[in-house]
Every structure is written in C-alpha cells, then in structure tokens.
Design a protein. Structure first.
Length: 229
C-alpha cells in the first residue's frame, strides 16, 4: 500500500513539475515575442522604378523600404521614393543606403546622383562622403547632390537653402546656386601643415554647374505630381 502511494505521489510531483516548466516556457515566449518578432517600421515606399533594385530584389512600384535597405539603379535606371512628406530620386548608376535616426530618415548616397524634394513639415538628411546635408529649418527644398569623386561633391539647390556640415563646419548653399565641395580627408594636412582633427570643406562656386544639373532636376519635376512639395 505504501509502495503504491509513493509511486502515485512521485507521478503527481513529476506532472506538476512538467506543468510548471511548460508555463514558464510559455511566459518567456510571450514576453520575448514582441522583441524578436516585431518587424522593423517602414521608412518609405517606391513610387516609380526602372532598372532599379531594393535590397536583393527588383524595385517595383509600391515596394516598402526599411532601415538598412540598399537602393540602386543601373546605367539606364532611375528610382523615385517617398519618405513621408519628402521624396527623392536616384538617377542612373546611383546607389544609397537607408538609415533611421531618432525622428529623421537618412539616405546615405554611396555613388551617383540624388535629387531630393523636402517639405518644410518633416526633416530629412542626405549623407555623402563626410558631408551631412539638410534643408534649412522650415524651408521646402528641391536640390541635387552628386558624388563627383572620392572626396568631391557637387551640391545644387534649385529651391530653398541647404545646410552642409562637415566636421564642425557648417556652410549654407542658397537657392539657385551650385557648389563644388572638396573634402580633405581626416588626418591629411596641406602644404606640410599639421594634420587636421576634423575634415575641412572648401566651397567653390561653379556657375556652369546649374546647366549640368538641370536635366536631373527636370526629370524629377516632370515625374512629380503638382500636389507634392
């Protein structure tokens, strides 16, 4: 009798332990699920695409863009993207990586040309080489940025003012002007001077650049609805 009772109590104890372990596993799963299972928030959407890609796939109208996605076009391609109230286009043979900072989407231009249309309502930043390019606060902007060389950018504003910061320097690009930005790499001095702690920019106004960039901006405006910024 005592042997049967002992076996019964042992079985009850084992079942209770198994139930406790199962409950613990379910609780942990439910707690961790939102952390590991929740998808990243979308940054934007593809409006138009031709010979372009998003990540490892072909870019298609309506495709969603997430933090970390690489956008690219080939020699005959172009891509137009909406990020909230802002838009940008990648021209042919261009690529950019999308990033998300607190309260602001960032497009990191790696090669080629980007044309951007930024509203006054929402912030947006374009990074190219060591430069951080933003519309001035409260101003809608239509602008174009081209990587012309490893340390050379062409920055043009067709509407509104841009702020270009490199290291601890900030320069303003007024509307209807074009600047060549020469970036001195960190640690490289000039004329035997001591190395700089931060990159240094040199702006040279190039009046003819406005003619050269007109095509990219014209294509962007031609494919943008009048109701958009």
């Amino acid at each position: 009798m005592s042997l049967r009772l002992g076996r019964y109590l042992s079985e009850v104890l084992v079942q209770a332990l198994l139930r406790s372990c199962l409950v613990a596993i379910l609780v942990v799963t439910l707690v961790e699920a939102p952390v590991y299972g929740s998808p990243s928030a979308a940054l934007g959407v593809v409006l138009q695409a031709q010979n372009a890609s998003v990540g490892s796939g072909v870019a298609a109208t309506g495709a969603t863009i997430f933090n970390g996605d690489t956008l690219a076009t080939d020699s005959r391609g172009w891509l137009r993207v909406r990020l909230g109230a802002n838009q940008f286009s990648l021209l042919q043979q261009s690529s950019a990586v999308m990033r998300q900072a607190p309260g602001i989407p960032i497009a990191v231009l790696e090669r080629g040309t980007m044309v951007l249309s930024s509203s006054a309502a929402e912030p947006f930043e374009l990074q190219a080489s060591a430069a951080h390019i933003r519309p001035r606060t409260g101003q809608p902007v239509i602008a174009q940025v081209t990587i012309a060389g490893p340390n050379t950018l062409l920055v043009t504003s067709n509407r509104g003012e841009l702020e270009v910061s490199i290291g601890d320097e900030v320069h303003v690009v007024p509307a209807m002007t074009s600047y060549r930005v020469e970036i001195e790499p960190e640690g490289q001095g000039s004329g035997g001077a001591a190395p700089n702690k931060t990159a240094r920019s040199k702006f040279v106004l190039v009046l003819l650049e406005m003619v050269a960039v007109a095509t990219g901006v014209a294509v962007f405006l031609a494919t943008t609805s009048p109701s958009l910024p």
